[in-house]
Design a binder for this molecule. Structure first.
Ligand SMILES: [Zn+2]
Length: 199
């Protein structure tokens, strides 16, 4: 079974209290995020890490406080979810060709995006077509926003999608619970960091 890890928006601006758009309690999941990332590296799995990459006057800032501006420290990924020598899949047409050698290889691909939904990077769907994974393991922030978009988009591929419930964080427990219920109703599977790392 081919497994690919999907690490959603674990960037400094979202994950840490001092971040520009911090999710409450985000730092509490960092230890689990680190364990999942080390496990992926040890098993030579591919990790797809979605990442906001905004310009200073990004249209999204009409809705959300400015965050994850390209070139700032807050846009960087947390150390816990960073692997050596990542490659980046931008939203530019043809960007998948630039990283062709890295598709399916162990290591990290950063999936840049300018909107909540990672599938607004038009190259992601083609990347998934190439990968042909049987199983996606999803974690990160924010549960009811970007994690939800990622998880539901992945369910549409027909692969098994597992959500690591102790390595996600929502803006509120209620919003996260509703998202998790909907995810199960659509065929998603729940798991934990210990189950992934131990099994
Ligand atoms: Zn954003």
């Amino acid at each position: 079974m081919k497994t690919v890890f999907i690490d959603v928006d674990t960037q400094i601006d979202f994950l840490y209290p001092a971040g520009a758009l911090a999710v409450p309690g985000g730092d509490a999941i960092v230890e689990n995020l680190g364990a999942l990332t080390r496990f992926a590296a040890s098993k030579r799995l591919q990790v797809l890490s979605t990442a906001d990459a905004h310009v200073e006057d990004d249209p999204e800032f009409r809705t959300w406080k400015p965050h994850c501006i390209f070139g700032t420290a807050g846009q960087l990924k947390a150390a816990a979810t960073s692997l050596a020598k990542p490659v980046t899949l931008t939203t530019a047409e043809g960007a998948l060709d630039w990283i062709a050698d890295d598709v399916g290889a162990p290591g990290q691909i950063i999936i840049e995006k300018q909107q909540l939904d990672c599938f607004t990077n038009p190259n992601l769907r083609f990347l998934l077509d190439l990968l042909q994974a049987d199983r996606y393991v999803v974690y990160g922030v924010v549960s009811e926003l970007c994690v939800q978009f990622a998880a539901f988009g992945l369910l549409q591929t027909g692969a098994r999608v597992e959500l690591v419930t102790d390595a996600i964080r929502g803006l509120s427990d209620r919003a996260e619970d509703e998202m998790v219920e909907k995810f199960i109703a659509h065929g998603g599977v729940l798991t934990t960091t210990a189950q992934i790392v131990g099994g």
